[in-house]
Design a protein around this ligand. Sequence first.
Ligand code: NDP
Length: 419
Amino acid sequence: MSRVLVIGCGGVASVAIQKCCQADEVFTELCIASRTKEKCDALAEKLRGKTKTVLTTAKVDADDVDQLIELINDYKPDLVMNIALPYQDLTIMDACLACGVNYMDTANYEPEDTDDPQWRAIYEKRCKEEGFSAYFDYSWQWAYRKKFEDAGLTALLGCGFDPGVTQAYCAHALKHEFDQIDTIDILDCNGGDHGYAFATNFNPEINLREVSAPGSYWENGHWVEIPPMAIKREYKFDQVGDKDMYLLHHEEIESLAKTIPGVKRIRFFMTFGQSYLDHMRCLEDVGMLSTTPIQYNGQEIVPIQFLKALLPDPASLGPRTKGKTNIGCIFTGVKDGKEKTYYIYNVCDHQECYHEVGSQAISYTTGVPAMCGALMMLTGKWIRPGVYTVEEFDPDPFLEALDKYGLPRSESHDPKLVD
Ligand code: NDP
């Protein structure tokens, strides 16, 4: 028996909500709240009669802490699932603290306005001290640790696939496969084709910011930063085939560098096709990826937000996308005094996801872990006062839930390594 408040009703949230409704013995009551209430109503209507979960909807601007507090006090949930955008992480954490409710999300905080001088001063200091320049990092949310501890509340950060499942794979490798992990390569392959020359698989603004930023990896106790797309490798992915992949900065590297003892190197690679890269480079060159507002015909326009309005809605890619994703981690290290390698990954089929929940696999591979993370919290398995990332909890029940709810793991004890 539990009451859950989900904030956001986009591509990822709609999958997470449908999966919560499949586990209606745990998710007995659920409120879908977002900026555009019509989307919440449409999803609740689609689910009516298919689940025992009692669904309600609400309108909320999650940038406004007072509105959030009013909604949370009114609904009185056991858990708030933040599946809106990373911009809202801090306001929703503040509201959860004010109301005494547990919190979870799928991506770490970044500001909507990267020109905000107050944020920029802290950001520039962090770039110098830490050595990576991504707009997002954990420091903002880790700063809430003491507040959540003192309040006896749990905050679970970044419980999608990557971040999220990839960290559970690391915890699993450490618990069951290795005495010492030396290197981790996280490989995110999307072998899907939606037939458009250019579209993003999740929120375009967040996606394009991430991909157009400098790459970085963790090596021998510090960050190494490189120009965007400067390191390219080819890899043959199970059930997908040969793909080009590029080294990116990714948020879970930051937490894994702290939580996996003695790890020497952590890298993250994502596959991209040539058409995607050509379009992105061109859009960047003409200024369309900028978050700085410009004046046009007497109106203020943020270029990347205007671009988002032109691009296909990621939620609409479901029926068109064919092929599979393959996301996982390759480890090297030592067990019982012997060197060994290990690969754990999930393969997910875009069309199978579409037939089950009406979404493509990127939303599915994020929404299912969000639901499974919530399941861990609501059943008391992942409840500990403080602010935590996924690898800090026991991976076993989480990976079992993923196996059951649509993202089963595959393994290899003799994988090809990435050079
Ligand atoms: P979408 O843009 O599809 O959906 C975002 C939702 O949040 C929309 O319903 C939107 O409302 C709502 N929203 C935005 N701003 C507000 C606000 N101020 N108040 C209330 N609601 C708001 O995004 P996705 O579903 O693609 O992504 C959701 C999250 O998942 C993001 O944080 C993203 O970074 C993360 N993600 C994580 C991954 C992982 O593996 N960990 C992978 C992919 C995504 P409206 O309909 O009005 O626009």
